[in-house]
Design a protein around this ligand. Sequence first.
Ligand code: CA
Length: 227
Amino acid sequence: MKGDAALILIVEDEPPIRRLLRTTLAAHDYRTLEAATGAEALSALRHHHPDLVLLDLGLPDVDGLSLIGQIRANGPVPIVVLSSRGDEAAKVTALDSGADDYVTKPFGADELMARLRAALRHRLQQQGAERGFTSDDLSVDLVRRLVRRGAEDVKLSPKEYDILEQLVIHAGKVLTHKHLLREVWRDELVDPQYLRVYVRQLRQKIEADPAQPRHVLTEPGVGYRLV
Ligand code: CA
């Protein structure tokens, strides 16, 4: 069983946090590797090919954001960033630099595990090109471009569909405003207000209670996530 467990590279310079991550991951049957600096992280990456990198942005020898770029240059391993509370700008930059997701310190074990599972699953989906999403009353078939809520077909405008399609392709992962503006409007400089308007319309159509969305969640200051 252990041999099949995903191997997680923990990149964190503070020993107590590293220890906490190691014990938490081990308790959930993950295998772990540890690095305290950017240089150690790149070396571990090349020698051990981890399934996921858990990355603290505040490292002693290298800027965390440039490290994301270097990890990305090595291959498509999922990266989950550990960030500080309230630092929305760093989260957005990390996501736009190629990180898959983030967890805010101090984090709970459940939240951390959910983010890791989502990032690992997302990578498998990309490899297998899964073309749909089903959760409770919502189902989306990207091949036939069909959206249903319960037994009802939902009619979406092209832009509403394009937003939902992005969310489905990256289900579980937070998508930044910039990502959605680039993919849906082909223009990162469009007023993010447009996005808010279209997401509101989308929720009117696919959420049982648009005021308490259960599928399309807002990540304040960052973007949206489909769950
Ligand atoms: Ca640190």
